[in-house]
Write a protein that binds this ligand. Sequence first.
Ligand code: ZN
Length: 285
Amino acid sequence: MGYVDAHTHLWFPETLDKEALERVCQIANPELKALKLEKVIQQMDALDIDFVVIMAYPSRRLWGTKEDFPLKVLKHCSASPSRFAVFGGVEPSALSLKETKEALERQYQAGVSGFKIHPPHTWVKPNAYREEEGSLKQLEAIYEFAQDHSLPVTIHTGTSAFPQARNKFGDPIFVDDVAVDFPRLKILIAHMGRPNWVSTAFQLVRIRANIYAELSGIPPKKLLEYVPRVEEISSKALYGSDYGSPGVKGIEQIKDFLSLPIDEHAKREIACLTPKRLIKTLDRG
Ligand SMILES: [Zn+2]
């Protein structure tokens, strides 16, 4: 059984319009311009990666992408449905409640594997649906839909260096409300609140049954510095490269993770067993 990379930004040029592609290449990673599906699959084969998860959430502010972006990514990857999972999303402050529900249904029908919430890029707290946080019903609709359809939700935590990002929204403590209000929802805390909120994220993973640690965005070589007790939570942790983000060299980064001096079974849980338990590929396999 091969590995899983649970967090990438493998945004193929065919899935972005010209302007969005320019922006992504300029701000995030210029290599994306030359990205080819067949090449990625060859690389996955060489690394023994069974499937990768592509984060395809819309961000009007950063890239100018909207709710049809995940549909384009799904279509592009549908040629190899067992090798990809696509997390879609809705920008909750940009659509009406009715539009939000329609977009979720469209993405679900197209085969989406989960949803991604990016608080610093969309300027919305993960718990903004609550009355004391502004009653954003569109956000509640996303969590309800995901819970009802057994789809996991990845929530970005920690800082983002892009100029349009607002980092106050990156505190993982706001995810606690989501875990309590949606007890059947599987919540993946991306980046473990790095660099400055790792202890909050770690504690939430320990005390909330439905919160999982998604380790992308922390360079594997620094993982034990950031999360020294990672073996304690290995049955609830997932490996991800965050490839496509600035500074990540590629999906081959998994080799750095596999060479860490931690228990071999813990590694297997993090890079294979836990992600396979939580995330289905496009063929829903
Ligand atoms: Zn990311």
